[in-house]
Each structure stands twice: as structure tokens, then as C-alpha cells.
Design a protein around this ligand. Structure first.
Ligand SMILES: Nc1ncnc2c1ncn2[C@@H]1O[C@H](COP(=O)(O)OP(=O)(O)O)[C@@H](O)[C@H]1O
Ligand SMILES: [Mg+2]
Length: 298
């Protein structure tokens, strides 16, 4: 199988190519949400992809939508290409297993990040100021420590090519209003808590994750985008968890290690060698198997 780096659906209206997804507008104002095999690290999209990654991300999101649908409405209409509009059918080969027909929502301009453990930019900030998103934390925490309780640590949603910036929850209030911010925080924490408990039973620690929420025409808050995938979350194998050090995660550990080994400048896209591609794909598959009990359909 070769990687699908870009979808080509010339008779559909292409709205955007994100770092990973291609978005098309289709009949009824709905969106066709296509996960390609592109891989981004440090917000840079690499020149080659991970064959099948988009399918794993899509199928894992579908799994979680199903697990979490009792908590909040989500944007999914169908992932069955046969049920999608006629205009989509000519592209079934490209789309099968990696696309969703979704309700278009107004995406709220805040990334709803929840952290249960201290890692990444949170750990960096803690070392400097004993805070995460300017939220004060107890002294004595270490890298990868379990936080006293999960924290809502929002970030701004950068425009194309920009970098998201961590903000204090009060700034989220300033951007989207007190009611929406409170609703977002409560919902993000609830989704995270439910998923974390589920994953813990399967031997995976969900250290943190990012949700995107939108509002529909009725003004309801809807879970959009991908959910609880290795791209949007830090998944750690529970058996190997050791406080006080970085964890080997299920996502881009190999990619990050490789990029560090070549002194990646965090700007210029590079080609990942075959062994990095293979190891990364194997990790995505393993996370999928552990969480769902099934193999992804590649
Ligand atoms: N239901 C939806 N309606 C409108 N936009 C959406 C919806 N779900 C997700 N999106 C947007 O689609 C894009 C997904 O593409 P992706 O490649 O993940 O982008 P990014 O590079 O921003 O991560 C994101 O900008 C996300 O905010
Ligand atoms: Mg995204």
C-alpha cells in the first residue's frame, strides 16, 4: 500500500487542506472530511506519509464517537461511503475507510486540551514557573507525573502555518465568552475522564488530549474533528510508565527521535526513512488494537 498524500476529488469543492485532512463541501452543506496519510511533527508536514495512517485515525475516531455519544452530540453523519451523496461515489476507492460525512459546524477558536499528566509544553512550563497555562500546581511534580486532577489547558487555534499558544482558561473566557468556555471545559473534562478510564483498562494511559468543538445552527456545542487519536493525544503504554522521565508514546516517538537525530530545523519538511515509517505505522496499529480489540481495516 502506498501513502495517500492528497485526495483528488476534482468535481467536489475543496474547502481546505489541513495538515492531515482534506475538507470538501458536498450537497446539503455537509462536509466530506478525508484523513490522508500525511504526517506532521512540530507543525511541519513531512514530504512522505505513513501508509494507512489516515484510515487508522478515522476508524479510531469513529470508535470513540460511538463510545462517547451519550455524553454529547458529535459531527458524524456517516463513514459509509455508500451512504454518502452521489457526487462522492466516483471517489469511493480513495475515500473508503478514511472519510466521514460530517455536519458543518462553526469551530470555536480554542483548542480544548485536557491534561492528566505532566508532559510536553506543560512540563516545560511547570519547570519554569510551577504552572501549566498559568494554573498554579503543587511543588514536587516530575516529568510525566499524574496531575492531582485533570486540567483544562486551552490553547489558541493558530491560523494555517502558525503555532498554537497555551492560554489561561480566563483568556478562553475572553475569546469565546464565559458560558461557552464553561461548557467547553466541563465537556472536555467529562470526555477525557470517560476515555481515560476506558483506555486504562486496555493498558493505555491517555496522558493528554485535544478536542475541537463547534456550534451548530441550534447553538448546541458539538464534538467535531478527530477524537482521541494518537495525533491528538499522548498515549502511553501503561506497563512501561515511569514517573520522572519522558515516556515512549504510541504516536510520533520514532519520528521525533529521528528528527532530533538529524537536527531537524522545525521548518523544512523532510523525508522519513522507511524504518521510521514502518515503526510509526506499527505503533498506530498497536494503539488501535489495544483500544478497540480489533484490527484497523487498511
Ligand atoms: N464539523 C466540522 N465543521 C467545520 N470544520 C471542521 C469540522 N470538523 C473539523 N473541522 C476543521 O477541519 C480541519 C481538520 O483538518 P486538519 O488537517 O486536522 O487540520 P489542522 O491542520 O488544523 O489540524 C480543522 O481545521 C478543523 O478545525
Ligand atoms: Mg487536526
Amino acid at each position: 500500500m502506498s501513502a495517500l498524500l492528497e485526495s483528488h476529488c476534482p468535481d467536489l469543492t475543496l474547502l481546505a487542506r489541513g495538515k492531515v485532512r482534506d475538507l470538501y463541501e458536498v450537497e446539503g452543506g455537509h462536509l466530506l472530511f478525508v484523513a490522508t496519510d500525511r504526517l506532521s511533527a512540530f507543525d511541519v508536514v513531512m514530504t512522505n506519509g505513513i501508509p494507512g495512517k489516515g484510515k487508522i485515525l478515522t476508524q479510531l475516531s469513529l470508535f470513540w464517537f460511538d463510545q462517547l455519544q451519550h455524553l454529547a452530540p458529535n459531527h458524524l453523519i456517516t463513514a459509509d461511503v455508500a451512504e454518502m451523496p452521489a457526487s462522492v461515489q466516483p471517489y469511493a476507492d480513495q475515500l473508503t475507510g478514511r472519510s466521514m460525512l460530517v455536519k458543518r459546524v462553526e469551530i470555536l477558536p480554542i483548542e480544548a486540551i485536557v491534561r492528566g499528566y505532566l508532559a510536553g509544553s506543560g512540563w516545560k512550563e511547570y519547570q519554569a514557573k510551577q504552572t501549566v497555562c498559568d494554573i498554579a500546581l503543587p511543588a514536587g511534580l516530575h516529568e510525566s507525573s499524574l496531575l492531582p486532577e485533570p486540567l483544562f489547558t486551552p490553547s489558541t487555534k493558530a491560523e494555517m502555518g502558525g503555532h498554537d499558544e497555551n492560554i489561561h482558561p480566563d483568556q478562553a473566557v475572553a475569546i469565546i465568552g464565559a458560558d461557552r468556555a464553561a461548557e467547553m471545559e466541563a465537556l472536555a473534562l467529562k470526555l477525557y475522564a470517560t476515555a481515560r478510564t476506558f483506555a486504562a483498562d486496555k493498558g493505555i494511559i491517555i496522558a493528554d488530549t485535544k478536542f475541537e468543538f463547534g456550534t451548530n445552527a441550534a447553538g448546541e456545542m458539538v464534538v467535531a474533528d478527530e477524537v482521541l487519536t494518537p495525533d491528538s493525544s499522548r498515549f502511553w503504554p501503561a506497563a512501561a510508565y515511569t514517573e520522572g522521565q519522558a515516556q515512549d508514546s504510541f504516536d510520533k516517538q520514532y519520528v521525533r527521535d529521528y528528527l532530533e537525530s538529524i537536527a531537524f530545523d522545525k521548518t523544512t519538511p523532510v523525508e522519513l526513512p522507511a524504518h521510521v515509517v514502518e515503526a510509526t505505522l506499527a505503533k498506530y496499529v498497536e494503539a488501535f488494537r489495544l483500544l478497540t480489540g480489533n484490527d484497523p481495516v487498511l
